[in-house]
Ligand binder design. Structure first.
Ligand SMILES: [Zn+2]
Ligand SMILES: [Zn+2]
Length: 246
């Protein structure tokens, strides 16, 4: 049985949004796990409950600069997990904001309202209910799929986080959009995609990355269960850019 290691974990949270650890705690955890690169990707500023505050971005950058390379040589990058806010394809960061980050992740979450709050709230309620009922209407799924694909085409997104989580989508269509736009399709170790979803993504040409989505330092670098699920679904490990055979 082959053994694998994770080289980079681009998706971890800290106290700058609603993670439990400080940047430094995540860096130490990354060093312990033998990671080469750690991404701090707190929630985008448009999230009403736990978005990163714009006036803290400078302090965050300072902190990351201080810790970059300081702990077993782990490279530390400042990212953000931007919110896909609505049908326009807009994120809650735009224009010059992009230059403040080393990379931008994007995902759909409840709680980011954008410029059409009533519509966003309606969609959230419908997505939440369809999740509870275990089924989504075709129209809801189509609208979510269009929203996510539009966000990928309209923005320079490094990785799409937890596709299909919180908003049911046509996974194959979304994975094809990842392929065409050069966006990594995330295999999230916390919000796992089911095997059918992974198989649908595998049928496209997209590249993947595994993320811990750690909200506590002890989960930084978690990848084993997500990798096992990916391999079971027939995803060739060579397509997962941050996993290496050892
Ligand atoms: Zn997320
Ligand atoms: Zn996250």
């Amino acid at each position: 049985m082959a053994k694998y290691r994770m080289t980079c974990d681009w998706h971890t949270h800290t106290t700058f949004s609603h993670g439990k650890g400080r940047v430094e705690d995540n860096v130490r955890a990354a060093a312990t796990k033998g990671l080469e690169t750690l991404g701090i990707a707190d929630h985008g500023p448009g999230h009403v409950l736990y978005g990163v505050k714009r006036n803290e971005l400078t302090a965050m950058r300072e902190e990351i600069r201080r810790l970059d390379g300081a702990c077993s040589g782990v490279r530390v990058l400042m990212g953000v997990e931007a919110n896909i806010v609505n049908r326009s394809g807009k994120l809650d960061i735009e224009g010059e904001d992009f230059a403040r980050f080393d990379f931008v992740l994007a995902g759909y979450h409840y709680g980011a309202l954008g410029e059409e709050p009533a519509r966003a709230l309606g969609a959230m309620a419908a997505n939440y209910l369809s999740g509870r009922l275990g089924r989504a209407g075709a129209k809801r799924r189509r609208e979510n799929t269009e929203m996510v694909i539009k966000a990928l085409y309209e923005n320079d997104v490094f990785m799409l986080t937890h596709p299909g989580d919180k908003a049911p989508v046509d996974i194959r269509a979304v994975a094809e959009a990842c392929e065409r736009t050069g966006t990594l399709f995330e295999i999230n170790a916390w919000h796992a995609l089911d095997e059918d979803g992974l198989r649908a993504a595998a049928a496209t040409g997209t590249r993947f990355a595994i993320s811990s989505d750690a909200h506590t330092p002890d989960r930084v670098g978690d990848f084993e269960a997500a990798l096992a699920a990916a391999l079971r679904a027939g995803i060739d490990v060579a397509r997962i850019v941050n996993i290496e055979e050892i």
